[in-house]
Design a protein around this ligand. Structure first.
Ligand code: PEP
Length: 243
């Protein structure tokens, strides 16, 4: 782990499955996103169970923990989840709210007490077609609505696309190499202070069995976890893997 406070995010995505460990898929007009590894995690009932497991878990105190439910469940989660864990939205509109059907604005997220938002996830790039410019605008607007100085509030996730949802995790050495390169980029292009302060977290098939080794690397400041964040006890193990 690096010098910043360890940060672990749970990305609950938008998967709905009837029950159990079935294979599932979401159909888009031009391709199918397969969701083999997930169990049920997108119903009021399954979310209640997950929240109750998280509430009863013992979590290392020196770790920022944030979970990101689908928009329609944020209120449910916020009402039931311990204050120890923050909530993130999985997306936001690029600017001030207005006549943008189907979008959720940063102002609305703030209104319900949601302080974090996941932006630029590869699924939104590949499936929805968001590009760097669009995501950059969203990030800039979201930060402009935040009272505290910007870089303190940015966490960068390195997620090799071949590792997301595939069960193929990067080795600690592979992840460390990229994290060090990202930090170096920040140092040269922003400032040495920002490079030291910014949490750079790894995502892609992190689970309770591989997190401890990854967390030992000096530039890995935490994790963004998809599938394994849907199991409360395993997510707790990942949070507690900070060294
Ligand atoms: C993710 O959704 O960002 C992710 C890393 O998923 P998983 O942990 O399932 O690979």
């Amino acid at each position: 782990a690096g010098s910043g406070k360890f940060f672990v995010g749970g990305n609950w995505k938008c998967i709905f499955m009837e029950d159990g460990d079935h294979t599932g898929s979401i159909l888009f007009s031009d391709f199918t996103l397969h969701l083999k590894q997930y169990t049920q995690n997108g119903t009021k009932e399954s979310i209640s169970k997950l929240v109750s497991d998280l509430n009863s878990a013992t979590l290392e105190s020196d770790v920022d923990v944030v979970v990101s439910p689908p928009f329609i469940y944020i209120d449910q989660v916020k009402n039931l989840l311990t204050d120890r864990i923050d909530i993130a939205a999985q997306n936001c509109w690029i600017g001030k709210g207005g006549a943008f059907t189907g979008e959720i604005s940063v102002e609305q997220l703030k209104d319900i007490g949601c302080k974090w938002v996941v932006l630029g996830h590869s699924e939104r790039r590949h499936v929805i077609g968001e590009d760097d410019q669009f995501i950059g605008k969203k990030a800039a607007y979201a930060l402009s609505q935040d009272a505290v100085s910007s870089w303190d509030n940015i966490v960068i996730a390195y997620e090799p696309v071949w590792a997301i949802g595939t069960g193929k995790v990067a080795s600690p050495e592979q992840a460390q190499e990229v994290h060090a390169a990202v930090r170096d980029w920040l140092s040269k292009n922003v400032s040495a202070e920002v490079a030291t302060k910014t949490r750079i977290i790894y995502g892609g098939s992190v689970n309770g069995g591989n997190s401890a080794d990854l967390a030992k690397k000096e530039d890995i400041d935490g994790f963004l976890v998809g599938g394994a964040s849907l199991k409360g006890p395993e997510f707790a193990t990942i949070i507690n893997s900070v060294t």
